[in-house]
Design a protein around this ligand. Structure first.
Ligand code: 26W
Length: 882
């Protein structure tokens, strides 16, 4: 399909339909368009300048797109309707994008650049149509074409360019930056294959490639006018310039082209539409004809394959670095292209003699250590390419860069072998050595008073050195990317209060003691547009009606006003009705996947997140096995008193993470036994929902009543699904960890089912090996699994062994220790659920207390405390209501 080029001026062809950008006031209940889209749409469909409804033109436009882009003369399938609608909406999006960037070009504001190896965007149609306020037109137009917006939306593939929390946070941040009119772009990689698709084969995880681009991507614009060269390998020579200045000249052995793709990011209820620029790797010459003619076909294609491999696939690990060279190549590829892109735009406006101005015009956020090579790359561009003196360049670099840490897992902190870095990026390795030289010298001077004893000082300096020995193999030297990020940045932040304290007091304590002001906390947030207003319009509508306006969508603090209605029976009744409608929808999905009807009056208990031992899905399954065994022991009469539960677990395991895969198999094995058991299947079910992704989360979260966030305290940096669940009135059972703590503080700790050891007690317990609180119920379950109650006993043995107290270091994540307290908390859940008035009061209190967890609040704090960037709102669209 011919990709249509975006000229920065308006797009020709297909007369645009003048539609109004929506305002947030006046029409209560507009968010629920999806429910009563038809009735409402007509009323809210924009009236264009000539006073006639714009729906006919929109309908025409959808049909035209289908005809001229896809050669299809009628909208017969949801996918047709999706393609027609998407390519039609695309033009409105590009209009807004153009206006915004014309304005920003004129105003030349300070820009934020969010560098991230992952952007977990999910689907775009619904979010784009709603954020642009076009739902009236398109819902009505689609109705006229015999289509329902909801079905049409499901025809879109998720843009799954991320693993989990870190990637989705980046996506929520883009929505908030645009909605807050902040001049901010995301920069990342346009992976050809995103996060693998997960299937279940005989209950085991199977990974399938995510071929998401086959039918084109209406939400991106290929920018053939934006390409940068990226080099790898080769050698560095010293040359003396005319003025006698010695310069380093890097001659890469291999070069590829970074091709830009722009993905406009529409803000909500504002004219602002910002950008996510993703890079695709292309070969310099895509076909070596000479090699071909010499019959060496492989070599003819070699350059192309090597180049395309760089942006081919997302590494599916969300905690342990693969350590593969291609991973470093990916990181340098997008960082190099992005920095060249920013510097060339700066130079175009400010010339090449005012680099001192750069920090006042550009600020970069490093999304974890993955883009940290930016510290060395910015130095290379400023010193080697632009000719600045080292110290001036260093001043500019450290002012421009900021680093966010997302995990305390030691294995997740990237360290690249010096030899790998030196081979792939010889000049950068030199620069890192010079940075480290300067850093350790500065340290030595700075620590002289505190550590007069040279050996003491040497030990501390070695512990803080960016380049250090590999503790597991003394021959090997490593580049500690987290230390490079801390030394090379102005601000370092954690993503929840407890995590930021661990960052300061543990993983970077030595650095914190020297630069206390550098360390901040920025508690995560989620966009209330996608994660409430658009994925749960029924609840959003109820809230809007209760609050009298939908201004809460952009100002979630207004949700606190719901507290006064938390015990109002009428409001509770309507609240419950919305939840049960969503439960019906999830029950429909379980039926489609597992072919079984579930009892929608049961308590819907959900744990959805990446599978990881520290997130303790294993503990959840053990509690379900105990619940099952108790039900088995009950008489049929007694069972009638039990609180029925439908338990859902979902999440992907990194493809090389064996233990996580065994946990998935245990979930499916236990599920198939208890779901088939005639004694218990009316009171307890367990389903593993495969291929958990953004779109599945948008279906599950509104239907959830209890969500589980049961990581060992001190291991989950923040969590963000906990915030999405709370926003949708779903209660939490969880540990005192990550953002669970702040959610409890905001919604009322008495409303949260908290259990488990506290973070500060863990090290002690592990040391004294007192972390094994024995419990006869625990031992019984272990015997059941070992005994083959759920089959596959050999396959589950490592799981059982990993938590039994025979060996030191076992049960590292203290499942046995927290087991009894967890069962007690689950007991409290049952008790509470019996009292629906109390349960619904709490449910409303969760939503009411979720105001803080909007990513708008998070981004405002980053903008004020780290980026020092203000809003720059373009003028409203002509005839728009803005
Ligand atoms: C190098 C392999 C790798 C890939 C991704 C290591 C680590 C990561 C991410 C940092 C893992 C991640 O997604 N962390 C999650 O980030 C969320 C957003 O801040 C937090 O809410 C989660 O608690 C944290 O686990």
């Amino acid at each position: 399909m011919a990709q249509r080029q975006l000229q920065l001026n308006r797009v020709a062809g297909g007369a645009p339909v003048a539609t109004s950008r929506r305002s947030t006031r006046l029409v209560p209940g507009r968010t629920a368009l999806r429910v009563s889209a038809v009735a409402e749409a007509d009323k809210t469909a924009a009236i264009n300048k000539s006073g006639t409804s714009s729906v006919p033109a929109t309908t025409k436009d959808i049909e035209n797109k289908l005809r001229y882009l896809f050669g299809r003369n009628e909208v017969s399938t949801p996918n047709d309707a999706y393609q027609g609608t998407a390519w039609s909406v695309r033009e409105r999006l590009i209009d807004a994008f153009n206006k915004t960037h014309e304005h920003w070009k004129k105003e030349d504001p300070k820009f934020i650049y969010y560098l991230s190896a992952e952007f977990l965007m999910g689907r775009s149609l619904t979010n784009t149509v709603f954020n642009l306020g076009l739902q009236g037109d398109y819902a009505t137009a689609l109705k006229e074409l015999g289509q329902k917006m909801e079905q049409v939306a499901e025809a879109e593939r998720d843009a799954a360019l991320g693993n989990g929390g870190l990637g989705r946070l980046a996506a929520c941040f883009l929505d908030s930056m645009a909605t807050l009119d902040l001049p901010g772009w995301g920069y990342g990689i346009r992976y050809k294959y995103g996060m693998f698709k997960q299937a279940l084969k005989d209950g085991y995880q199977q990974e399938l490639p995510d071929i998401w681009l086959t039918s084109g991507n209406p939400w991106e614009v290929r920018r053939d006018d934006v390409r940068h060269m990226v080099g790898f390998g080769g050698r560095v020579e010293r040359r003396r310039e005319a003025g006698g200045r010695e310069v380093a000249v890097w001659t890469p052995a291999e070069q590829v082209i970074a091709q830009a793709y722009d993905n406009p990011i529409p803000g909500y209820s504002t004219p602002t539409t910002s950008n996510l620029r993703l890079w695709d790797a292309l070969p310099l010459s895509e076909f070596d004809l000479a090699a071909f003619n010499a019959g060496d076909y492989d070599r003819a294609m070699l350059a192309r394959e090597r180049a395309e491999a760089i942006s081919a696939v997302l590494y599916p690990n969300d905690s342990t670095p693969e350590g593969k060279e291609l991973r470093l190549k990916q990181q340098y590829f997008f960082v190099c292209a992005s920095l060249q892109d920013v510097l060339s735009r700066f130079k175009a406006t400010h010339g090449s003699a005012r680099w001192d101005l750069l920090p006042s015009k550009a600020v970069f956020q490093l999304n974890d250590t993955h883009p940290t090579i930016a510290v060395a790359e910015l130095m290379r561009l400023l010193v080697d390419v632009e000719g600045l003196e080292w110290d001036e360049a260093w001043g500019i670099t450290t002012k421009c860069l900021n680093y966010t840490n997302h995990t305390v897992m030691p294995e997740a902190l990237e360290k690249w072998p010096v030899k790998v870095m030196a081979k792939m990026l010889p000049r950068h390795m030199e620069i890192i050595e010079v940075i480290n030289e300067g850093w350790t010298q500065w340290l030595s001077a700075h620590l002289a008073s505190e550590l007069p004893a040279p050996e003491e000082r040497a030990k501390r300096i070695a512990a803080m050195s960016i380049i250090h020995e590999n503790p597991w193999n003394k021959e090997e030297m490593l580049v500690n990317m987290a230390y490079l990020a801390v030394v090379g940045s102005s601000a370092v932040n954690g993503v929840a209060a407890i995590h930021s304290n661990i960052v300061k007091d543990e993983i970077f304590n030595d650095f914190y003691k020297i630069f206390p002001s550098k360390f901040q906390n920025k508690t995560n947030g989620v966009t209330p547009r996608r994660w409430l207003a658009w994925c749960n319009p029924e609840l959003a509508d109820l809230i809007t009606q209760q609050l009298g306006s939908d201004a809460w969508i952009n100002d979630t603090e207004q949700l606190t006003a719901l507290r006064t209605h938390a015990s109002d029976p009428a409001f509770q009744q309507r609240w419950a009705a919305v939840k049960s409608a969503k439960k019906e929808r999830l029950a429909g999905l379980i039926k489609r996947v597992w072919g079984e009807e579930v009892n929608t009056a049961a308590l819907f208990d959900i744990q959805i997140k990446r599978i990881h031992e520290y997130k303790r899905q294993y503990l959840n399954v053990l509690s379900i096995i105990w619940r099952y065994k108790q039900l088995k022991r009950m008489s049929p009469q007694q069972r009638l008193q039990a609180v029925p539960r439908v338990c859902v677990i979902g999440g992907k395991a990194a493809s090389a993470y064996d233990m996580a895969k065994r946990i998935i198999r245990l979930v499916t094995a236990v599920g198939s036994v208890i779901n088939a058991d005639p004694d218990t299947r009316d009171y307890l079910r367990l389903y593993f929902l495969p291929d958990y992704n953004v779109s599945l989360a948008e279906t599950i979260i509104p239907a959830a009543e209890l969500s589980q966030h049961i990581s060992t305290a001190g291991t989950e940096a923040s969590g963000t699904s906990n915030m999405k669940f709370a926003l949708n009135g779903c209660l939490i059972i969880g540990t005192w960890d990550g953002a669970n703590i702040e959610i409890a503080e905001e919604t009322g700790v008495e409303n949260v089912f908290v259990f488990g050891v506290r973070a500060e007690d863990i090290n002690g317990l592990r040391k004294e090996r007192k972390n094994f609180k024995t419990d006869p119920r625990w031992d019984e379950i272990m015997r059941d699994i070992e005994g083959g109650m759920f089959g596959d006993k050999e396959y589950f043995k490592p799981l059982v062994d990993s938590v039994n107290n025979m060996k030191v270091g076992n049960d590292w994540f203290l499942l046995a220790n927290d087991f009894a307290a967890y069962l007690d908390a689950q007991q409290q859940v049952d008790e509470c659920y019996r009292d629906q008035a109390e349960w619904l009061r709490r449910s409303i209190m969760y939503t009411a207390g979720s105001g803080k967890f909007s990513s708008d609040r998070t981004i405002r704090q980053y903008a004020e405390d780290i980026w020092h960037v203000g809003p720059c709102r373009p003028p409203p669209a002509a005839g728009g209501q803005q």
